[in-house]
Structures are given as structure tokens and as C-alpha cells.
Write a new protein. Structure first.
Length: 245
């Protein structure tokens, strides 16, 4: 139960689909000859196991923070299939799961650079000029920096996205005022696309196709709220700047 719960926790916190988390939990339990039922929601994991005497053991874990970490999902998924074939000792599996959980993630400078490059690439994709793209790169880095500050202070996700939208809107307007040759809307599009919850929307659709309707609606609602808050931040900034002219 401990290793199945740990595996499910890592996968769910890393943004895995609900069906994949449930499948991994059941696969691990059945590999050791234990009958298991799992019920997973985006914010919690339920596991129920039946022992040889017919007794039932149930465990629950609350999941509070979620992110996108495809590497951890892949490693846990591969480990569960290895468990199915080799049935390694529990301590070995638990150590590997803890190693996956504590593995070093991408550093802040790497994530900041990726955000800037992504903003530049998206602006070019939407036919912005080279100057628009360079401006979007700078604004994308600044907005991500402000979002990271709030993240480290432990504030909730929607406030972080609101701030990112506000910063993007204000800086894009300021850049256009300084350099009228720039296209403010393409700069805004390129700067905020990195924050759109594409993986969350995709997973909500996959969950619906696999019959996990509650999880699907929950994730879709979260994605819609995230986009709404992000766009609201940009809109507020543009309205404030327009009224000051």
C-alpha cells in the first residue's frame, strides 16, 4: 500500500491522467498478489486492499499541489512495469520512488530562459516582427520572474496568473508607447501563451474519454479559470492604460 500510494502521489502531482494513476496503482498491487481497488480524483487518492482473510485496508491521501512533470510520470510508469515483471523488494522500490520524487528539477535560470525563448518563438509563429519577438522575450522573462516570486511566497495559482497577465499587459503597452513600430497584441499573445494550461486541457479530455467524468470536469474547470484569470489580468492592464491616455 505504501509504494502504490507513493507512486500514485508522484504521478498525480506531476500532472498524470487519472486513468494512468489508477492503472499504475492497481498494477503495482497485483504484481505482489494483492487485490486492490483505486479511486483517484485530481485532489486525492483512495486505495482499498483485500487481504487473504477477506479483511479490507483502506488509505487516503490528499493532493494539494500539482504541476507538469512528464519525466517523473515516465519514470514511475516504467518502474511499475518493471515491478510487474521482476517483483523487487519493497525497500528497493520505495527508495527508487523517493529518488524520483526528490530528483533535481530544472533550475530557475533554465526555466526563465525557456520562458523567454518560448515567448520569442510564439511571437514569430503569430507573424510578429523580430523586434516584437525580442520585446516578447524580455516581457515573458519579467512576467515569469514576478510569477515565481509569488510562487515562492506560497500564494495560490490564480493570483500568480493574474499578476503575470497584469505585468504582461502593462509592459506591452509601455513598450508600444516607447516604440510605436511594435505590435502590442502580438507581443501580448507571445508572452502569455507559455502560461496557458495545454496539458491540463488535454488530460481533461482524455479523462472524459476514459470515463472519469468527475475528474474531467474538475480539470476542465480549473483550466478555464486559469485562462480567465490570465486574460483578466491583461484586460485590466489594458483598460487602465487606455483610461490614462
Amino acid at each position: 500500500m505504501n509504494i502504490a500510494m507513493k507512486a500514485g502521489e508522484i504521478m498525480l502531482r506531476s500532472g498524470a491522467e487519472i486513468y494512468r494513476v489508477e492503472e499504475t496503482i492497481v498494477r503495482i498491487c497485483e504484481s505482489y498478489g494483492v487485490r486492490c481497488e483505486s479511486f483517484v480524483l485530481p485532489t486525492g487518492i483512495f486505495i482499498s486492499m483485500v487481504d487473504d482473510k477477506g479483511g479490507t485496508n483502506t488509505a487516503f491521501m490528499r493532493i494539494r499541489d500539482r504541476k507538469v512533470d512528464l519525466t517523473s510520470i515516465d519514470r514511475v510508469n516504467s518502474l511499475s512495469r518493471r515491478i510487474q515483471k521482476l517483483r523487487p523488494d519493497f525497500d528497493i522500490v520505495l527508495r527508487e520512488l523517493e529518488e524520483i520524487d526528490s530528483a533535481e528539477k530544472h533550475s530557475f535560470p533554465v526555466r526563465l530562459a525557456a520562458t523567454g525563448i518560448g515567448s520569442l518563438a510564439f511571437t514569430l509563429l503569430f507573424q510578429g516582427s523580430l523586434y516584437d519577438s525580442i520585446t516578447a522575450l524580455a516581457i515573458g522573462c519579467i512576467s515569469y520572474l514576478s510569477k515565481e516570486i509569488l510562487t515562492r511566497k506560497g500564494l495560490f495559482l490564480f493570483l500568480e496568473n493574474l499578476l503575470a497577465g497584469l505585468v504582461t499587459g502593462f509592459l506591452s503597452t509601455a513598450a508600444v508607447n516607447l516604440f510605436p513600430v511594435l505590435d502590442g497584441y502580438k507581443i501580448i499573445i507571445g508572452s502569455i501563451l507559455m502560461y496557458l494550461p495545454g496539458v491540463l486541457i488535454t488530460n481533461s479530455i482524455k479523462d472524459a474519454l476514459y470515463g472519469d467524468l468527475v475528474a474531467s470536469m474538475t480539470r476542465l474547470g480549473e483550466a478555464i479559470l486559469t485562462v480567465t484569470v490570465l486574460v483578466a489580468g491583461v484586460a485590466i492592464a489594458l483598460l487602465i492604460c487606455a483610461n490614462r491616455r
